[in-house]
Design a binder for this molecule. Structure first.
Ligand code: N01
Length: 508
């Protein structure tokens, strides 16, 4: 209510609202940052959210079957456990409800301006402020924190003729719930984490489903089950038990790093598990061959599902490997010349991850955007700060992604780091804090060294983990507890600061 009023006020008056901190986005990252600010006694902040509710990717990805492939006891804030998760791996509605509950519990809704898409954020070096233009008015902030995330903007495939398609087109991240797929001939493009969830969910009710596969994924069984009333009561009565379960899940998942980043041979048992799963669920030799990957497991995200193979083996389903040549108004044509009549196109084609759209909208001290500065590859200090962009902090930015464990763990690490930076600014009376090019270069080197020899670079696949130069600019290439160690305190020596006094002098 208040945020709507704030929106209206800002729009009507055209006035610029001044705040200490502006946070972009209200997914796990933005909400986590807002809670951290509150914890530090910073109340003068605003969360700019382009949607009409909190939740980020968990608000937007509401396609049938959307769920998390990390257990909820781990995929949640450490300081806000939920004893009432209905399943061990939650589905999108529960995670969305959890995040909405977080916003309510920490009384964060009044701090939000909804419908505020950031169109431009420009550093004003004379005033030492960020000028933030949004679709709900203008803001001026001393500090800008982007929690826009990497899985925010859908990537639409550039397939000849796609714009001529006369039926319904839906990206998994922009699902049209009004559209009834019953009895339709559906084409699904992509076989990533989203596709393997949506296909089993819609296959039973569509007329036919053609899954257009470019690269088959490795899939392991999903150990999901409903939680029991006993478990829930236990967690409620003894929170330490849930904490211990969380710890065990965390530790178990970190073992995967040994195979992914240290010694690829250690992935052999995981690959065997996936192969056995495939062979058990797919009997048809032709389909088996089509869905068997030819790269090392872990090179692309390891997917978990018990119903993907049964869904694509169903009589009304087909896995098409020929490659799409063109799309016509009522059909999809593959390179082998086969034309498949199609009513609806489902694009499970992922997101802009290595070419983050928000990077085009943030302009630093020398007038260049983050995207321009990152033209040769995304570089940062600790995934959080960029030279030439004072008082800007990134959450879920470059080299913070993880494929094996919970992103929330990484987000909490980063949020604490940004909190330390803000504390340093307050204690030292700084107008600006900016990381140095040397620190950034050293960090780039560290990421390159740790990425060498990992399965993501050497596993024989292409993936969105790598940028167009073949560099890993998305994943943290080591144990996540090492990232936490690296971000526990502010590496003050890697930053330059301008005291407020000096700023006043400059302005005077
Ligand atoms: O997207 P993706 P996603 N023609 O980029 C194919 C998270 N997530 O939405 O592999 C034909 O992984 C592309 O083919 P290829 C998770 O981090 C998490 O599925 O590039 N095909 C691929 O098969 C995940 O990694 C959960 O050869 C085209 C697919 O589209 C991330 O989101 C659940 C194409 C895209 O796969 C993204 O997953 C869901 C083209 N032009 C998602 N362009 C959890 O459970 C692309 N493809 C937490």
């Amino acid at each position: 209510m208040t945020s709507t009023m704030e929106n209206t006020r800002a729009e009507q008056s055209g006035a610029t609202r001044e705040v200490h901190v502006a946070v972009i986005g209200s997914g796990f990252a933005g909400l986590g940052m807002a809670i951290q600010l509150r914890k530090q006694g910073i109340e003068d902040f605003v969360v700019l959210e382009r949607g009409d509710d909190v939740g980020g990717t968990w608000r937007d990805n509401s396609y049938p079957g959307a769920a998390c492939d990390v257990q909820s006891n781990l995929y949640s804030f450490s300081f806000a456990p939920n004893p009432d998760w209905p399943r061990t791996y939650s589905e999108q509605p529960e995670i969305f409800a959890y995040l909405r509950g977080i916003a309510d519990r920490y009384e964060l809704r009044d701090k939000h301006v909804f419908g505020a898409e950031v169109t431009a954020a420009t550093w004003d070096d004379a005033a030492r402020r960020w000028d933030v233009e949004t679709t709900a008015g203008a803001f001026r902030a001393k500090v800008l924190v982007s929690g826009a995330g990497a899985l925010a903007d859908p990537s639409y495939p550039d397939i000849p003729g796609i714009e001529t398609f006369a039926g319904t087109v839906m990206h998994t991240a922009r699902w049209d719930h009004e559209h009834d797929l019953a009895g339709e001939r559906v084409a699904v493009i992509g076989t990533g984490a989203s596709a393997i969830q949506v296909v089993p969910a819609i296959q039973p009710r569509v007329g036919s489903i053609a899954v257009y596969q470019r690269t088959p994924p490795w899939v392991i069984p999903r150990g999901d089950r409903p939680t029991t009333p006993f478990e829930r009561a236990l967690y409620r009565r003894f929170p330490a038990v849930q904490k211990a379960v969380r710890g065990a899940l965390y530790a178990g998942r970190e073992f995967l790093v040994l195979g992914m980043a240290k010694n690829r041979r250690l992935l052999a048992p995981v690959q065997k598990l996936a192969r056995t799963h495939l062979e058990r669920q797919v009997r048809d030799p032709q389909l088996r061959a089509a869905v068997t990957p030819d790269y090392t497991i872990g090179c692309k995200r390891i997917l978990i599902s018990n119903d993907w193979y049964p869904a694509v083996s169903a009589p009304n389903a087909e896995v098409v490997t020929a490659g799409i040549a063109e799309i016509r108004p009522h059909s999809v044509v593959t390179r082998d010349g086969v034309e498949r009549p199609t009513d609806t196109l489902v694009l499970a084609t992922g997101f802009h991850v290595t070419d983050l759209p928000i990077a085009h909208r943030i302009t630093g001290r020398d007038g260049r955007t983050l995207a321009q500065v990152w033209d040769e590859g995304m570089v940062t200090n600790r995934g959080s700060a960029v030279a030439g962009f004072p008082n800007l902090f990134l959450l879920v930015g470059p080299n913070v992604g993880v494929g094996h464990t919970s992103m929330v763990y990484m987000i909490e690490s980063q949020v604490a780091y940004v909190g330390e930076a803000l504390r340093a600014m307050a204690v030292e009376g700084l107008a600006t804090l900016e990381t140095t090019p040397a620190a950034q270069e050293a960090y780039r080197e560290l990421i390159a060294q740790r990425s060498a020899g990992t399965v993501w670079l050497g596993g024989g696949c292409g993936s969105w983990y790598l940028d167009r130069h073949g560099h890993n600019t998305t994943l943290w290439p080591d144990f996540t507890f090492l990232f936490r160690r690296l971000t526990r305190e502010l590496d003050r020596e890697n930053y330059t600061g301008t005291p407020e006094r000096e700023t006043a002098g400059v302005a005077a």
